[in-house]
Design a binder for this molecule. Structure first.
Ligand code: GRF
Length: 197
């Protein structure tokens, strides 16, 4: 049975594009929805150009009411009956009551070698710490931010003269390889982690 995948974004959606473009041929999953909390997210037009249904659930009217926001998010998702949710640069923290029913079916990409550098500004923090390598992690989403079982990691070297921007670009190239590779295995029911390169 083909798995139905919803992808949640907030911005440019380059990871979303790499996931969508991977789900062809004998891939066990297909994209059914790209949803953003931000109507200006550049990824929405990229999804539309690929013929994927899109939705926007703006978090701003729900200031101070995370569960109200998540109720509408849940309704928007339910219309498309996804089997798997991929968070791909989705910049909202989800509460335990949203996450719990999706646990085991929701995955995220984070631009660090978890458990190092949970949260924001990962590349600047890795550079400040003098790390020799950096990378990205795909993991199952649990109620704790940027935790949950690791499904894959990709490493890159930190180079002399790197800025947060140059390092982010090098890591992003690996995100675009790692996330589709993990999604394919996850959709096949294989949760054993992949380590690249
Ligand atoms: C990626 O670096 C992702 O790891 C992080 O946010 C960025 C999103 O980029 N969570 P994009 O929207 O996929 O281009």
């Amino acid at each position: 049975m083909t798995k139905r995948v919803a992808i949640l974004i907030s911005g440019g959606g380059s990871n979303m594009v790499s996931l969508v473009d991977s789900m062809t041929g004998d891939h066990p999953a297909r994209p059914v929805l790209v949803l953003s909390n931000n109507e200006d997210a550049g990824g929405l037009a990229k999804a539309e150009a690929r013929g994927i249904p899109t939705a926007v659930v703006d978090h701003r009217p729900f200031r101070g009411d995370r569960e109200g926001f998540e109720g509408i998010l849940q309704e928007a998702l339910a219309c498309h009956t996804p089997d798997i949710i991929c968070l791909a640069g989705f910049m909202r923290v989800l509460t335990e009551s949203f996450v719990r029913p999706w646990q085991g079916r929701m995955i995220n990409i984070h631009p660090s070698l978890l458990p190092k550098y949970r949260g924001l500004n990962t590349h600047a923090r890795a550079l400040e710490a003098g790390e020799a390598e950096a990378g990205c992690t795909v993991h199952e989403v649990t109620a704790e931010l940027d935790e949950g079982p690791t499904l894959g990691q990709a490493r890159v070297p930190v180079l002399a003269g790197d800025t947060p921007g140059t390092l982010a670009a090098r890591v992003l190239d690996q995100e675009h390889i790692l996330y589709p590779a993990v999604l394919r295995r996850f959709a096949e029911g294989d949760r054993s982690p992949i380590y690249l390169p």
